[in-house]
Design a binder for this molecule. Structure first.
Ligand code: N01
Length: 538
């Protein structure tokens, strides 16, 4: 429902965010549970991550038919994707279509940011306040704020002194930007920059890329959607989704083989080549079972990618700079289209800021530690996110006894199932830290969370219950399990946003459940079947 500002309103549930998570949560609360729900959304439209990240080249690297809602057969049949991997405008249009189809907009309060969230122990209700003067009291409080929605924004000295145009890939202007005839600098070479750089280079007079860590990007191999394939998917969506849910990352990859070390170099080369040709995450998540577990196996895959990079980049010094040396796949693998060839253009240069970091931002550009200066018309930051916890802390949650979420998580996230945290009753996190979240197909992961949360709420309403929260000890068990699974892989060995180590001072912990979506769902279902085992109900 829409909430009036400057009065105190009461609803059953408040949801924050109108991306995939918030939209499906609202639909479920309102249309399946028959509850009164209000959504607060900072943007002026639906879309979440696909609303903000509209930089040139923004695209999903999970295939389009997989990266969509499965809960409505009508919606599945009515919507068709034009490319194998959908671009940001098409995904945004899809979410707008879903919102209209289900009449969701009427219950979303746009351009409204939550500024505080306080739990009152006596009434067992949350009070949510917004920057527009709303005060809403609710029983259930649900975060659909996403995991990558709070920009990292490193504090470079003199950051505000630059007099040219400044952009950030994570909040790109809606009117688009014309770089024709302009000199441009971009800081960062993660998945976002790797998508944007080839397109900006086609327009700009000159593009300078400031790289701290190169990445093992592999080809997306995008193209128009094959109509026959789309038809076959639509004719058998049930099976298509079943296979996806059963797959480790929520997208099936048929070719995973046991060990890269047990095959001849020729066989390995042939198989890796076929994964490379297939594109997307095939090499990362669908080639060999041991590359993310065994350093020797990992080296073989890493060298395969480095060889590919060297073959595509003409200048050997630039090629060397573009070759990563960290463990392959331990950072999220970016997918690319013409990324490496872009460095063969005369109007593109690559600058290594690992050996020679940025000292400060100047009025006209930036200066490196050795005194080298660069001058631009436009400066773009593509420096990542304060992932998982950043967007949640931004809700300013205070639970029992006024303890903030930041205090409760001072040594890293503490949750049960990555959905709830002790001391924050009736507060649910869709794709929260310590759930499969970013390493599972997001729309399907979101659906599983929304449906699990809806079952909890139904159970509470049916049984006259007022509150649910995890047992404190259960949070230790869950963290141990999440860290234990991660530590059996090579993933925590690299500094990444999965561990929080991209943010200075952030406590290190592995924030993704890596046991796969099916095993995770079993954990969630088992807790529910056993009367919410591991949770305190009251
Ligand atoms: O952010 P990143 P991103 N000085 O953190 C550099 C998802 N995504 O927005 O690696 C200099 O990967 C930093 O360097 P380093 C996807 O999950 C999805 O690109 O820390 N440089 C790095 O190069 C992805 O993983 C899609 O050494 C600094 C870059 O900035 C996630 O979003 C598309 C710096 C940040 O890279 C984040 O990707 C795009 C500093 N102080 C993104 N601080 C899909 O297709 C940071 N950097 C769905």
């Amino acid at each position: 429902m829409t909430i009036n500002a400057n009065t105190v309103s009461h609803v059953d549930a408040v949801v924050v965010g109108a991306g995939f998570a918030g939209l499906y949560m609202l639909h479920t609360l309102r249309d399946k549970l028959d509850l009164e729900a209000a959504v607060f959304e900072a943007a002026d439209d639906v879309g979440g991550t696909w609303y903000w990240n509209r930089y040139p080249g923004a695209r999903c690297d999970i295939s389009s038919y997989h990266y969509s809602f499965s809960f409505s057969e009508e919606i599945q049949q009515e919507w068709s994707w034009s490319e194998k991997y959908a671009a940001q405008p098409e995904i945004l249009a899809y979410l707008g279509f879903v919102a209209d189809r289900l009449n969701l907009r009427q219950d979303i309060n746009f351009e409204t940011r939550v500024i505080s969230s306080d739990y009152d122990e006596a009434s067992q209700r949350w009070t949510i306040k917004t920057n527009k003067g709303h005060t809403v009291i609710c029983k259930y409080y649900i975060s659909g704020v996403g995991t990558l929605s709070y920009a990292a924004n490193p504090e470079f000295e003199g950051k505000d002194s630059f007099k040219g145009e400044v952009y950030s890939t994570s909040s790109w202007p809606h009117h688009g930007v014309d770089f024709t005839g302009k000199t441009v600098g971009i800081v960062g070479t993660g998945a976002s920059a790797i998508q944007a750089i080839p397109l900006i280079a086609q327009e700009a007079k000159h593009l300078t890329v400031f790289q701290r860590t190169p990445n093992y990007a592999t080809p997306l191999q995008n193209g128009p959607m094959d109509e026959q394939e789309a038809h076959a998917i639509k004719a058998n969506y049930g099976e298509f989704r079943r296979e996806a849910r059963a797959a480790l990352a929520g997208v099936p990859f048929p070719k995973m083989r046991e060990s890269i070390l047990k095959e001849s170099p020729e066989e390995v080369e042939k198989h890796l080549e076929s994964c490379w040709e297939e594109g997307g995450f095939s090499l990362w998540l669908g080639s060999y079972g041991d590359i993310l577990f065994d350093e020797k196996a990992n080296k073989v895959a890493a060298e395969f990618v480095r060889k590919k990079i060297r073959a595509r980049v003409k200048d050997p010094r630039t090629a060397d700079l573009l070759c990563p040396d960290y463990l392959y796949g331990t950072k999220r693998q970016p997918c690319e289209t013409n990324y490496f060839e872009t460095y063969n253009r005369d109007n593109v240069s690559l600058v290594d800021i690992k050996s020679n970091p940025i000292r400060r931002i100047t009025e006209r550009g930036l200066e490196l530690d050795n005194g080298d200066g660069y001058v631009f018309d436009c400066l773009i930051y593509s420096t990542g996110f304060d992932a998982f916890t950043g967007p949640l802390f931004n809700l300013n949650l205070k639970g029992r006894k006024g303890v903030s979420l930041r205090e409760h998580w001072s040594e890293g996230p503490r949750t049960n199932l990555g959905i709830m945290s002790h001391g924050f009753p009736n507060f649910f996190m869709i794709t929260g830290p310590q759930s499969p979240s970013v390493l599972f197909n997001m729309p399907l992961g979101i659906e599983q969370h929304v449906e699990w949360i809806a079952d909890v709420i139904r159970y509470m309403e049916d049984n006259g219950l007022e509150s649910i929260e995890p047992e404190k000890a259960k949070e230790d068990d869950w963290r141990e399990m999440v860290e234990g699974i991660a530590n059996s892989t090579l993933m925590p060995k690299t500094n990444t946003w999965y561990t929080g180590s991209n943010i200075p001072g952030k406590p290190r912990s592995f924030m993704v459940y890596l046991g796969g979506g099916a095993a995770y769902k079993q954990e969630c279902d088992e807790a529910a079947r056993n009367g919410y085992d591991g949770f305190i109900l009251g």
